[in-house]
Design a protein around this ligand. Structure first.
Ligand code: NAD
Length: 498
């Protein structure tokens, strides 16, 4: 069986002493193995990144932009190959994989403007014959640690801004779907990226802990579940690193009585069940304002769910594919069981779902839970599966309170025709990314992505302008060239323009 290794200093490195199976979630078969890097291999990657840093830092930003541009072209040319790897190891439908890759490519496109993004600020005559400017300097060797659910997009969110700004990187993708990032690293070399600038190590906690504690790593970008995000943030900061760690989510959509219900239902179908609900911005709770709204919403969702097509991601006529692992499928089913036991109505039941010809795949059918209440485990925790919970409330104020009280604050949305209500909602809700009649308000590449509350730890967001802040540090230079022959007297007062 093929063993997926690492990419260090522009070449494949094996280190296969410890390995783990990589499964095709549609068939349940182990299709490859992934090597789990030892501390020594991660240290080798860090050493190569450190050696590559001085030349890369001094490479003119315009040259770095040209490499970004060639990488964008290569990612476009190889998109079918990349998407096939995503679907093979993650399970999502090919068209959905293409959407994820495209959003990652848009980050590369944004960073093609890196010379402009790194332009500093200049002030002439801040004092007599004194000029001052500030510039953004690269940090050095930085690390990225990424989750399984976007094996192309999230590594691109982190790695591309980091290297475009002049840092060198060691990236550790998810061990559950490691192949596509290795291919992307090879394409980056083809695009002209010097060896050692982008290194990929596959692995588990041993690799992550090495990155967290090695003094040469200056900053860490992490995306994954909240318990691990919190661990990465605490450990990284304790080791003196700059850390941005994005975590889990429970995204609510409020459905107001005046909403265009048909459009809201169409939007919720994609937002709740697309990618099997394995998206950090998936809508997992619909908060219906008023029983009449809730009854109509549930009836329409049930009607639409009867036509939802679930099957292998290789067939683009399917709306969603399997979940990532057998354990995760069982966990999702456990949440449905617990909601039922705690009194929720299982309006559409995805348990016991099989796809003919794919009986060993990790499928769960789309599930709709009605009359979910905030005390239920299925409401409190992130399910990360094709399960939409309907919570019934009496007013918009009650709906907003529910959202504000939840520990997560990644994304949210309101469906309404009332501009005043929408404006009040977006202004006051305690969530980082807000949609108004837009169910997946994932910011585009020239804005930045960041949740609030326990969905994100540390300052700055991912990609966009925030990523330039995160992956650089400001230096301010003040210079003076006294005119020839001028002799000065000592100044003991604090210098000012008085
Ligand atoms: P995860 O937290 O299990 O893993 C993320 C990364 O951390 C992986 O690379 C993994 O190898 C590593 N890791 C796992 N356990 C570790 C440990 N004990 N010590 C050190 N490293 C460890 O997350 P996942 O299951 O791969 O991804 C799904 C989660 O990611 C969901 O909670 C989802 O909401 C979240 N997510 C968040 C965003 C966001 O932008 N906020 C985006 C995508 C995914």
């Amino acid at each position: 069986m093929t063993v997926i290794g690492h990419w260090i200093n522009g070449a494949a490195v094996a280190d296969t002493a410890r390995t783990q199976d990589v499964f095709n979630p549609a068939t349940g078969q182990a299709s490859r193995q992934v090597a789990l890097a030892s501390r020594a291999t991660v240290e080798q990657a860090i050493a190569n990144a450190q050696a590559a840093f001085p030349a890369w830092r001094n490479t003119p930003p315009a040259k770095r932009a040209q490499i970004m541009f060639r990488l964008k072209q290569l990612l476009d040319q190889h998109s079918d190959e990349i998407c096939a790897l995503i679907t093979d190891e993650h399970g999502k439908v090919l068209n959905d994989a293409a959407g994820e890759l495209q959003r990652g490519i848009e980050v590369v496109e944004y960073m093609c403007g890196v010379p402009d993004l790194l332009k500093g600020e200049h002030s002439k005559n801040v004092g007599p014959a004194i000029d001052s400017w500030s510039e953004r300097q690269a940090l050095g060797v930085v690390a990225g640690i990424t989750p399984f659910n976007f094996p192309a997009m999230v590594p691109l969110w982190i790695a591309i801004p980091a290297i475009a700004c002049g840092n060198t990187m060691v990236l550790k993708p998810s061990e559950r779907d490691p192949s596509c990032m290795l291919l992307i690293a090879q394409l980056a070399k083809q695009a002209g990226l010097p060896d050692g600038v982008l290194n990929v190590v596959n692995g588990d906690k041993e690799a992550v802990d090495t990155l967290l504690t090695d003094a040469r790593i200056q900053a860490i970008g992490f995306v994954g579940s909240t318990p691990i995000a919190e661990y990465i943030y605490a450990t990284g900061c304790a080791n003196g690193k700059r850390v941005k760690a994005l975590g889990g989510a429970k995204n609510h959509a409020i459905v107001m009585p005046d909403a265009d219900l048909d459009n809201a239902v169409t939007a919720l179908m994609g937002a709740a069940y697309g990618s099997g609900g394995e998206r950090c911005m998936a809508i997992s709770v619909a908060v219906a304002v008023g029983d009449a709204t809730a009854d109509a919403l549930v009836a329409k969702l049930k009607e639409r769910l009867a036509t939802l097509k679930v099957g292998p991601g290789t067939d683009n006529s399917n709306d969603m594919g399997p979940l990532i692992t057998r354990q995760h499928r069982d966990k999702v089913i456990g949440y449905i069981d617990s909601a039922e036991q705690q009194g929720a109505t299982v309006a559409v039941d995805g348990r016991g779902f099989t796809v003919p010809g794919f009986e060993n795949g990790y499928f769960v059918g789309a599930t709709l839970l009605d009359r979910v209440t905030p005390d239920m485990k299925a409401y409190k925790e992130e399910i990360f599966g094709p399960v939409l919970c309907v919570v019934r409330v009496g007013s918009m104020a009650e709906a907003m309170q529910l959202i504000d009280d939840h520990e997560y604050g990644n994304g949210t949305c309101i469906f309404t025709r009332d501009g005043e209500a929408a404006r009040y909602f977006s202004d006051n809700i305690k969530v980082g990314m807000v949609g108004i009649n837009v169910p997946l308000p994932v910011p585009v590449a020239y804005h930045s992505f960041c949740g609030w509350k326990r969905s994100a730890f540390g300052d700055n967001g991912m990609y966009g302008p925030d990523s330039v802040n995160f992956f650089t540090r400001r230096k301010t230079v003040t210079q003076r060239w006294p005119a020839g022959g001028v002799r000065e007297t000592a100044q003991f007062n604090f210098p000012s323009n008085q």
